[in-house]
Design a binder for this molecule. Sequence first.
Ligand SMILES: Nc1ncnc2c1ncn2[C@@H]1O[C@H](COP(=O)(O)OP(=O)(O)OP(=O)(O)O)[C@@H](O)[C@H]1O
Length: 665
Amino acid sequence: MKSVVESNRKSSLIPKPTTTTVTKHDTNLKGTTAPTIKKVPLSITNNNIRKSTTMLSSKRKNNEKDPARSIRPRVDTGLRRSSSSSTSTASNKATNKKTTIVSKKPLSRAPPKDLRTKISDMEDARHANEAKIAELSKDWKELEDTVANKETESREVSQRLVELQTMREVEERTHGDEMEILKSQHLQQNRTLEEINTNLLGKLTDMQNEASTMKQRTQNASKQHQIAQSENIALQETISRTSASFIELEAELMSTKSQHEMTDKKLTERQHYIDELKQEIQGTNAELKELETQLLGGEKMRRKLHNTIQELKGNIRVFCRVRPPLESEKSREGNLAQIRYYGEDGEKLELTETHCSTLGKKTTKSHPFSFDKVFAPETTQEECFEEISQLVQSALDGYNVCIFAYGQTGSGKTYTMQGPSGPTSQSSGMIPRAVQQIYEVTQKLSERGWTYTMEGQFLEIYNETVHDLLGDTSNYGKVKHDIRHEKNGKTTVTDMTTVILDSPSKVNMMLRKASQNRATGATNLNERSSRSHSVFMLRLTGNNATTNERSSGVLNLIDLAGSERLALSGSTGDRLRETQAINKSLSCLGDVIHALANNKEGGHVPFRNSKLTYLLQNSLGGNSKTLMFVNISPLSEHFGETICSLRFATKVNSCRIGTAKKLRV
Ligand SMILES: Nc1ncnc2c1ncn2[C@@H]1O[C@H](COP(=O)(O)OP(=O)(O)OP(=O)(O)O)[C@@H](O)[C@H]1O
């Protein structure tokens, strides 16, 4: 029996070994699931059946979710009972164990009568297994169909895969080229874009600059706008004010118009009157011309009369000028000398001297003096010049004119001749005023055909030596200057600087230059000016192209050294020489004037005794006009020197020197 069962089992349970394939899915490199088909040999053995059973069990598990494909559990039970293999799966092991326990008991201990039952059971089981095998075969068939389908699908998929790979390679190649082109295009575009970017950045910067400029402009414009607005408001106010005044003006205009009409009438009447007056004026003009002609005759007459007066007065005239006390001198009480100014033409002064005897008795002594003119301290430079302007005119008319300033140190000689160190138009002295007048007169005379040249020289006589005050400062005292008299009465000094005074302003420059040179030669300018004579010589040469007249005159303006009595005793060296020179030249001047006054024609006049008198030889005496300013101090402490100066001036004033004659040209 056992062998029958076992043979049945062998024939029914063990299927014939067959070979089939299953599909395995590979994964390609790029992670894409590509259906790769590998053929695996499959033999259907008991083991295979167990595998299939396991597969079916797993399938059933799946089919549990899908009830339509579920497999009945009785198949499993049959299989477990028939299985005794030790190579079954873990689950089968457990099942087999159970089966072994069940099968051992009846085989070893069951009574023989139960064997039939058991065989019948086994028969049942065999039938069930056969049914199951049939069912499995059916499943197997289905599986084979599925595998065949899958193989077909796999082939199709492989085919498709190959196609796709080919397409991919083609695509890759195509894309590679395109990519290269695209890359180069991309690079090109990048460069273009960079250029555009750079340009745009530049433009952006420009625009930013423009924007800031515009902003600035806008700010300025807004400021201007504000200003304009405020101006506008102001203008509006002005306009409203103006329109108000315009209305007023209109009203005024109306009234003015009516007045104008009235005035027009009057104007016509006046016009007639003017016409009459015009006729009268024409008549008067004719008379005026006649009078002008008479005036010219009068001018000639004036000159003639002036010369006659000069002749009557004598050609040496003396003006006395008393300087005002300085600020520093005003405070001291009793320091001013008693001076009285009187005379019908202000030509007299009287100095009163008070003596106190030892017994305390006061006695006074008066010293009256009379000159051609006396200038009290308050007399201005202008008033002084008025008195000498006729003499300046004489120089223009062709005479030699000599104006001295004589007096003790500090009596106002330089002030009178030049003015103070910083002169104003009021305080300027006789020299600048004389030049100004000559300039003005020559301008007027040019209308009558006269042309004049004014040449100025400025020299100093110090210690009987002549110095050029207008030369180069560094040459001061180094050049020897000789005095020469020409036959025509012209006096020249060699190597002297001559300044053409074609404008009045030049005279101030000249005076400054002279002052600098004087400072070079002196340790103390004031002391030097007190101890030297300065001579300003202005040569005036006139030429009348219409009348062919000529004239040549010289105006000498001399600031003499201080006239105070200088004691020789005690003086030594330079100071002794200075004192001797001053004393000599001043006494020589007195001698010359005295000799000229008493001299009969052709008599000796000691001009050569001093450099000063020798220089002025042609400007003193018969052919010249001489004026002496005697400058005196108002201080009582200078009383003695003042009296001396006034006595010397009186002597000069008493001299009657012959009639002055024009210089021959
Ligand atoms: N008429 C005047 N009005 C005002 N000040 C005067 C007048 N005369 C002279 N002075 C002043 O008196 C002072 C002495 O005058 P200034 O120097 O002219 O004397 P001086 O006789 O030329 O002296 P020196 O012989 O030393 O040259 C100066 O300060 C001057 O300005």
